[in-house]
Design a protein around this ligand. Structure first.
Ligand SMILES: Nc1ncnc2c1ncn2[C@@H]1O[C@H](COP(=O)(O)OP(=O)(O)O)[C@@H](O)[C@H]1O
Ligand SMILES: [Mg+2]
Length: 508
C-alpha cells in the first residue's frame, strides 16, 4: 500500500466561500509532505477536515487503504493522526509532563501511574531528540520548547501521522533549524508528516513532496527535489513572482527622528516594556527594528506615535521636541504611521474607502468648504489613490472598508499615509498576512518613499523582509536594543542569536 492517507475530492463550503473545492491530498508513509498555499488558500480547512474538526460536504478519506469517517479529534487520534495547531493548546500553569499526559492518563485501579508516564516521556524525548524537562512549568519555557511538548504529546498518543500547521511562524532561525532536524528524524523513524507552510525555503529544506492549493482549489503535487522555488511560487500565486527586492544603496541625509532614552509602560501591567531605547532615523534610509514578537516593539511604536504615554525619554522630529504632543499634532509635525493592527488603528471599518483615505486630513482646507466636507475633492482624491496604489474593491470609493480584503485594506492605509507627505514613515509589520503579490507591491512603495528622501522606520518579524528592505538593523530583546547591524554583513543566524537573547552588545 503506497499511501497512508488518501483525501479524495474534498469540498468544504463556508457561507459565501468554498474553502476547499474538490481537493486531493495523498500522503505516503514516511514522507514529509508540504502543503503550500497563500493565506486563505484552504490549507487549515483541509487539515481540520482530516483531524475531524470539520465535516466535509463532499469527498472521501482513506486511512491505510480503508475508507473512514472522522467526526471528531478523538476519531483522528484513534486512527493515529495527531496535529500541532498554529496556536498551541497547552495549559500554562501545568508542567510539561502533566500537559503531555492530560486526557490520556495511564491508570491502574483508578490511580495515576505517574512514574510510568514520565519514563515513557523520557524515552520518547531521547528517541526523537526532543529535549525538554518533564517537570518544568509551561509558562517558564520558550516557544520552541512548548512546540516540542506539543510534538511529544502526539507521540505519547502513538500518533503515526503528524500534522504541523505553520509551525515556524513564531520561532527564531535557530529554533527553526532545530525543528527541521526533528521533522527529519521523525520521518526517518517512520512517521508520516504533513507540513503546512507558505515558506518556500522550508519546503526545499525538508519536504519530499508538496501539494499546492490556490483559492481553495487543488493545483498540483510535485517532487520537491525536481521543482525550483520559482516554479513553486508560480503555482502558489498563479503568476511569475520577483523574489529579490531591488534597491540602490541608501543615501542617508540629516536626522529626521531622534529618540532619547525612551521608557514606555505596558498598558496591562506595571512594568516598562521599553527600557531606555535611543535611536535615530535619517532622511533616505530604512531603519528596521527586528525581534521576536513581544519584545517591546509594539510599545516602542505606540510611545512614538502617542498611543501610549511615556514614562521617560524624549522624542525629537527635525530637532523639535514632540514628547508631549498629541497624536494629531505628531501627525501634522511629520509622522505617517502604518499601524500593526490595521483594523483597529488603521481604518474605520464601517466607513467607505473614500473617507478612510482622508482620516488623517479631512480637517484640511482641500476637503472643507464653508465648514462642510467637500465631497467632490474627497471622491477625486480617492480615485487618484485607488489607481496609484492598485486598491481593488467591489464598489470603488464607496466600498465599505470592512468588505475589502486584507491586502487591499493595507494598500489603502499605505496610500493614505504616503500621500500625506510626512518626512517620517513608520511601518509596523506592513506585509503581515498578505499574499506574495501585495507584499511585492508594498515593498516597492516603501523603497520608493526612501528614495524620495523620506526616513523610514520599519518594524518586522519576518527575517526575509528585514534582510531585504533595511539599510540598518537594530534588534530589540526584552525591551532593550541589544545590537545594531549592517544587513550587507550580518547573517540571519547571527541576528537570530541576538533576537533570542543569547547574545547582546552595547549600541551606540
Ligand atoms: N470557520 C470558518 N467560517 C467561515 N469561513 C472560514 C472559516 N474557516 C476558514 N474560512 C475561510 O475559508 C478560506 C480558507 O481558510 P483557511 O483554510 O484558514 O486558509 P489557509 O489555512 O490556507 O490560510 C478563507 O477564505 C477563510 O476566510
Ligand atoms: Mg491556516
Amino acid at each position: 500500500m503506497e499511501y497512508i492517507i488518501e483525501m479524495d475530492k474534498i469540498t468544504k463550503e463556508f457561507p459565501g466561500i468554498k474553502a476547499n473545492d474538490q481537493v486531493d491530498l495523498k500522503l505516503k508513509k514516511g514522507e514529509i509532505h508540504a502543503l503550500l498555499g497563500e493565506n486563505g488558500a484552504g490549507k487549515s480547512t483541509l487539515m481540520s477536515v482530516l483531524f475531524g474538526l470539520y465535516k466535509p460536504d463532499e469527498g472521501t478519506i482513506k486511512v491505510r487503504g480503508k475508507l473512514v469517517s472522522i467526526s471528531n479529534p478523538n476519531d483522528a487520534n484513534k486512527l493515529g493522526i495527531g496535529m500541532v495547531h498554529q496556536h498551541f493548546k497547552l495549559v500554562h500553569n501545568f508542567t510539561v509532563a502533566e500537559n503531555i499526559i492530560l486526557g490520556h492518563e495511564d491508570t491502574t485501579k483508578g490511580f495515576l501511574r505517574y512514574e510510568n508516564a514520565v519514563s515513557k516521556i523520557q524515552n520518547l524525548s531521547k528517541q526523537y531528540k526532543l529535549k525538554v524537562d518533564p517537570s518544568a512549568i509551561i509558562e517558564n519555557i520558550s516557544v520552541g520548547q512548548q512546540q516540542r511538548v506539543e510534538i511529544l504529546k502526539m507521540l505519547y498518543r502513538d500518533a503515526e501521522i503528524l500534522i504541523f500547521d505553520e509551525p515556524t511562524a513564531s520561532l527564531t532561525p535557530q529554533e527553526i533549524e532545530e525543528l527541521m532536524k526533528i521533522l527529519r528524524s521523525l520521518a526517518e523513524e517512520g512517521k508520516s508528516i504533513i507540513l503546512i507552510t507558505h515558506k518556500l525555503t522550508e519546503i526545499q529544506q525538508v519536504a519530499d513532496r508538496c501539494t499546492i492549493l490556490r483559492k481553495g482549489k487543488y493545483i498540483d503535487t510535485v517532487d520537491v527535489a525536481q521543482t525550483s522555488n520559482e516554479e513553486l511560487a508560480e503555482k502558489m500565486v498563479g503568476r511569475k513572482v520577483v523574489f529579490d527586492i531591488e534597491k540602490a544603496p541608501a543615501q542617508p541625509g540629516e536626522t529626521i527622528l531622534k529618540v532619547e532614552n525612551l521608557w514606555v509602560r505596558s498598558i496591562h501591567s506595571n512594568t516598562d516594556r521599553v527600557q531606555g531605547v535611543s535611536l535615530d532615523v535619517k532622511r533616505g534610509e530604512i531603519l528596521c527594528v527586528a525581534g521576536i514578537e513581544g519584545n517591546g516593539q509594539s510599545e516602542l511604536i505606540h510611545g512614538l506615535v502617542g498611543l501610549t504615554p511615556l514614562s521617560k525619554g524624549k522624542i525629537l522630529i527635525h530637532g523639535e521636541d514632540i514628547t508631549h504632543a498629541t497624536t494629531r499634532e505628531r501627525n501634522l509635525s511629520g509622522i505617517s504611521h502604518i499601524p500593526e493592527d490595521r483594523q483597529r488603528h488603521g481604518l474605520v471599518l464601517d466607513f467607505s474607502l473614500e473617507y478612510n483615505l482622508i482620516l488623517n486630513s479631512y480637517f484640511e482646507k482641500a476637503y472643507q468648504r464653508r465648514g462642510f466636507l467637500a465631497f467632490n475633492s474627497i471622491r477625486e482624491h480617492a480615485q487618484d489613490l485607488i489607481q496609484q496604489y492598485d486598491i481593488r474593491s467591489s464598489h470603488g470609493p464607496l466600498s465599505l472598508a470592512r468588505s475589502m480584503s486584507g491586502g487591499n485594506q493595507q494598500k489603502a492605509i499605505l496610500g493614505r499615509e504616503i500621500d500625506h507627505g510626512s518626512d517620517l514613515l513608520i511601518a509596523v509589520q506592513p506585509t503581515r498576512g498578505l499574499d506574495v503579490g501585495a507584499i511585492e507591491f508594498i515593498h516597492k512603495q516603501i523603497i520608493a518613499e526612501r528614495d524620495r528622501g523620506k526616513a523610514v522606520l520599519l518594524v518586522s518579524l519576518e527575517l526575509d523582509e528585514v534582510m531585504g528592505l533595511s539599510d540598518r538593523i537594530i534588534v530589540m530583546y526584552g525591551g532593550e536594543l541589544v545590537g545594531e547591524f549592517d544587513p550587507q554583513t550580518v547573517s540571519e543566524n547571527e541576528l537570530g542569536l541576538y533576537m533570542s537573547g543569547a547574545r547582546r552588545r552595547g549600541v551606540a
